[in-house]
Design a protein around this ligand. Structure first.
Ligand code: SF4
Length: 300
């Protein structure tokens, strides 16, 4: 080990110890830095075992109080083991959940990781609802209405989702609603319409929704539509087969169901979606009335 390298290492350790003493829980590492640490330099200097990536579980919230070092790539495949996505974006994650979510929203609002989407968007559609919600709905991407209003699920499909949530005895304010992709997929050369996000786009944006899940810690996630299921779970079985059967994402139960946009075209499927929501209510130990159990049953 050269003197210059030893000095650099000593200063780095001193800096990290000082952050730790001041109560910092995380250290964010830019993707480029992380890549260079993993490259030839790290291989040429094997004696640096004291700074290593830490795996942060999705367990109880007290992780904010335990100092730990985190090095994570900026783009994390969603199905991979849990690395702190919030730390990968924010660096030092604030102890307050409200502050952490506000900073995450702020970061997303200036994000230009997808230059074409950033250039075409009117707004970054981050998410809406209670950041302490037990139930989280995740869709694929904002459409034109959502882009215009900077809020997920506000167009015709969103209004149907709002009705479904109300039928569950809940509201948009008591659940959390987000999309995998925070910017509307662009439609170059088209004057209107929406397109599905690509897997690459969802993967690029994944740190944001991962961080949201990490911070909110929902007890149940409802994945809305086949694209959301593919992006979140990496499961390509198809929503027709997966709908209604519990899946798991990093220990959190996930109920795949139809996207409300599909329901608008196939109202005959609404009982099936409602049965999925009944399962969600039961999983959350929320009361279900006999009237609710009978919603959308065919009339005799
Ligand atoms: S889609 Fe996500 S990653 Fe891409 S520019 Fe928008 S916020 Fe950033």
């Amino acid at each position: 080990m050269t003197d210059a390298y030893r000095q650099l290492l000593d200063s780095t350790i001193h800096h990290l110890e000082s952050l730790k003493a001041r109560g910092s829980s995380f250290v964010g590492v830019e993707a480029d830095t992380f890549a260079s640490l993993s490259g030839p330099l790290a291989a040429a200097v094997p004696a640096v075992p004291s700074v290593k990536p830490a795996v942060v579980s999705l367990g109880a919230r007290p992780e904010f109080t335990k100092p730990r070092l985190v090095a994570a790539p900026a783009v994390t495949p969603m199905a991979s083991p849990a690395v702190s996505a919030a730390a990968s974006i924010l660096g030092v994650v604030p102890e307050s959940l409200d502050e952490a979510m506000a900073q995450l929203r702020e970061k997303a609002s200036g994000c230009v990781r997808c230059p074409n989407l950033a250039a075409a968007r009117k707004s970054v559609v981050f998410g809406v609802g209670d950041i302490r919600a037990r139930l989280m709905f995740i869709g694929e991407a904002p459409g034109a209405d959502e882009d215009a209003q900077a809020e997920p699920f506000v167009g015709p499909a969103g209004q149907l989702l709002t009705k479904i949530i109300a039928a569950m005895g809940l509201s948009r304010q008591t659940v959390y609603i987000a999309n995998l992709l925070k910017c509307r997929p662009d439609t170059p050369g088209e004057t209107g319409g929406n397109r599905k996000p690509t897997l690459d786009e969802m993967k690029t944006c994944s740190p944001y929704v991962l961080a949201q899940i990490e911070l909110i810690k929902p007890k149940v996630i409802v994945a809305l539509g086949g694209t959301a299921v593919e992006g979140l779970l990496g499961n390509f079985t198809g929503i027709m087969k997966l709908r209604g059967s519990w899946q798991t994402f990093r220990g959190i139960p996930v109920m795949p169901t139809h996207h409300p946009d599909f329901l608008l075209q196939a109202l005959s499927e609404k009982r099936k979606v409602w049965e999925d929501m009944l399962k969600v209510l039961e999983r959350l130990s929320l009361p279900v009335t006999e009237k609710q159990r009978g919603f959308f049953l065919p009339k005799e």
